[in-house]
Write a protein that binds this ligand. Structure first.
Ligand code: AGP
Length: 366
């Protein structure tokens, strides 16, 4: 089938706007309204095997790795299995201990990223059980894994990934729900998460409707030499992916920090010339995050906040309001405005958005 930019200036814009439909496809037929769980036949895990998992390790590169950090957090929160993520490009070189009761999950949009493929092959050689979370059907990584879940996000052409990042997080939500309901997640919590997942496409539409406002903030951001991106716990991987987008297409230096770490060093850089993009969900860390923003403002650092409720106007009036999801799923929505922020910053700077310099859509060499 032909695929073009229909109605959009760039594939990246098209793909950002395709997210509600991509998320609907990721969810289609996979939620069970009766038992409040997710059906993911491709995992090839029976309930006994699922209960025997002691640890989950997610691997992927770049944005796939950042989505893996969100995924690991979802699995740890909902299934109560210790989980973390690591760049596949590092994992494959450090002779990792491969344990039989660890579930490995490889994330890749293309399914062809060489570092991720090599990590999967090394895992399989050592008897590790690897699931693939992949977009391209029949790709090398999909074929190499023991099972997995396809994103069904449709083709992604822009080098900077957007819809596949969001879809990956959604699929992690399904995996976490599935594992959680086999383990200790209650039916009530299962229903809460399933309802939260179902609401995402409409909520993403609400965020996309604010594009003009986000573009205005992006123009301000594009005049700066770079930016800090900060968040705490659930917000931190969102900040990392947001910073990655700004680097990739706007060519602005962007550094993501856990908001809690600013005072341990990087605060020395904060001042009128360096804006901070803050991921500010209305969770139990809101007070702490606001205190961090207060410290930034005391040094006259500009702040752009992506938040559920507007922070004190003395801290900033540059806010994008994002609809609330279930707290565990909040990262999925908080990431969407950061894609538009990077896109419009790159647009204001006149860059080649779909084909940024020095980058390839999938890195199939070492
Ligand atoms: C995303 O914006 C990047 N272009 C890049 O980090 C990408 O996510 C990474 O190279 C992994 O690609 P994959 O998902 O196809 O494996």
């Amino acid at each position: 089938a032909s695929y073009d930019r229909t109605g959009h200036d760039h594939f990246m814009a098209k793909e950002i706007h395709e997210q509600p439909a991509a998320v609907e496809r990721a969810l289609r037929g996979r939620l069970d309204a009766r038992f409040h769980t997710a059906h993911l036949g491709g995992l090839n895990l029976d309930p006994r095997e699922a209960r025997a998992i002691r640890r989950v390790k997610v691997i992927g590169c770049g944005s796939a790795y950042y989505s893996g950090r969100i995924g690991a957090q979802l699995i740890e929160e909902l299934a109560r299995i210790p989980a973390d993520a690591e760049p596949a490009s590092e994992f494959r070189y450090r002779n990792p201990v491969v344990e039989p009761d660890t579930l490995y999950i490889a994330v890749s949009q293309s399914g062809e990223t060489y570092d991720t493929l090599a990590a999967v092959q090394e895992l399989r050689r050592k008897g590790g059980r690897v699931l693939g979370l992949v977009n391209v059907v029949g790709s090398a990584i999909a074929r190499e894994c023991d099972g997995g879940v396809y994103l069904h996000a449709g083709p992604e052409i822009s080098v900077a990934s957007t819809k596949t990042f969001t879809s990956t997080c959604v699929v992690f939500g399904l995996i976490a729900l599935h594992l959680g309901r086999i383990r200790d997640l209650s039916p009530a919590d299962g229903r809460r998460i399933a309802d939260g997942l179902r609401a995402l496409p409409g909520q993403i539409r609400e965020i996309l409707a604010q594009e003009d406002r986000i573009a205005e903030l992006a123009r301000k951001l594009s005049a700066a030499p770079g930016a800090f991106y900060v968040g705490r716990v659930r917000g931190y991987p969102v900040a990392r992916e947001g910073a990655q987008k700004l680097k990739e297409i706007a060519y602005l230096h962007a550094e993501a920090y856990p908001a809690s770490e600013l005072k341990h060093g990087p605060l020395a850089l904060v001042g009128p010339g360096l804006p901070t993009v803050a991921v500010l969900p209305d969770d139990d860390l809101l007070g702490k995050n606001q205190a961090t923003l207060g410290e930034i403002r005391a040094r006259r650092g500009p702040v752009i906040a992506v938040a559920h409720t507007a922070p004190d106007p003395r801290v900033t009036e540059d806010v994008v309001l994002v609809p609330r999801s279930e707290p565990e799923l909040d990262p999925i929505l908080l990431g969407v405005p950061l894609q538009l922020l990077a896109y419009h910053a790159a647009l204001a700077l006149g860059h080649d958005i779909d084909k940024p310099r020095n980058l390839a859509k999938s890195v199939t060499v070492e």
